[in-house]
Write a protein that binds this ligand. Structure first.
Ligand SMILES: [Zn+2]
Length: 254
């Protein structure tokens, strides 16, 4: 992003969802949670607000346990930048009940790490394949869906190489099911990251490596043109959305 120092999630995620180079605006990388200036930028405008403002449905597809919701509501915990971006657009962050109804997935996909003291029912375990298929079913309900899989950051900071490998193997299984269910004509799947970390086990800090952005499906060639960094993601998603709206509004000739 042209700013010296290690990248952090607060400013990295805010860059993805505002389309602005937030580390450059702040003069530094900051995180993991957004600072006041970043929170102001996210409240002013962000991709979720644009999408919802144009009359589309949008959601975060991962659920959080009651303990997370209580901590946020009491002010003990700040929302991450991507959570705040959604919140500012009026998007509700989902909970265990949503997950039990099948309207959300646990952040680890299978539910093995879901806290066991959240009352009522146990969270059913899903296979990674089931989780991938469910991810596609949920994504079809919305114009823009985000699934944030941050356990890769946790393992990047504190995990072992074996844990990193097993997370990537699971990721592959989920993605295989996603790609099996997804039709390219339905739209784009974008896989990106706010910073590197897990690719260098042994260094507990975020890395200075470039992060890949993988774009699959209809519109990917246009998305790819002139793509440079995280600030290019939101404008390209909006551009694809607007192009799709125009196609749908075009009068039919028959
Ligand atoms: Zn981190």
């Amino acid at each position: 992003m042209g700013v010296p120092g290690r990248p952090h999630s607060g400013t990295g995620q805010a860059t993805i969802f505002t389309g602005r180079n937030v580390p450059e605006l702040l003069g530094k990388h900051y995180g993991p949670k957004p600072d006041k200036q970043t929170r102001t930028l996210l409240a002013e405008d962000n991709l979720f607000k644009q999408v919802v403002g144009r009359g589309h449905r949008s959601a975060l597809l991962e659920a959080y346990p009651a303990s997370w919701h209580r901590a946020v509501e009491s002010g003990r915990r700040l929302r991450s930048s991507y959570q705040l971006a959604a919140h500012e657009a009026g998007i509700r962050i989902l909970n265990q009940d949503d997950m039990l109804r099948g309207d959300a997935l646990p952040v680890d996909w299978t539910g093995e790490h879901w806290p066991r003291n959240q009352g009522r029912e146990m969270v059913p375990f899903r296979s990674p394949g089931d989780a991938g298929a469910q991810l596609v079913r949920l994504a079809r309900r919305h114009t823009l869906s985000l699934f944030a899989h941050w356990p890769s950051d946790v393992i990047g900071h504190r995990g072992t190489l074996d844990e990193a490998i097993s997370l990537l193997e699971r990721f592959d299984e989920v993605m295989a099911a996603v790609l099996g269910a997804w039709d390219d004509d339905e739209g784009m799947i974008i896989i990106c990251s706010d910073h590197g970390n897990m690719e260098h086990i042994g260094d507990r800090r975020h890395t200075l490596n470039d992060v890949p952005t993988v774009v699959i499906g209809k519109g990917r060639e246009r998305f790819d043109e002139g793509f440079r960094n995280l600030a290019d993601i939101a404008p390209r998603i909006l551009e694809a959305l607007i192009a799709e709206e125009r196609i749908r509004q075009r009068p039919r000739k028959d």
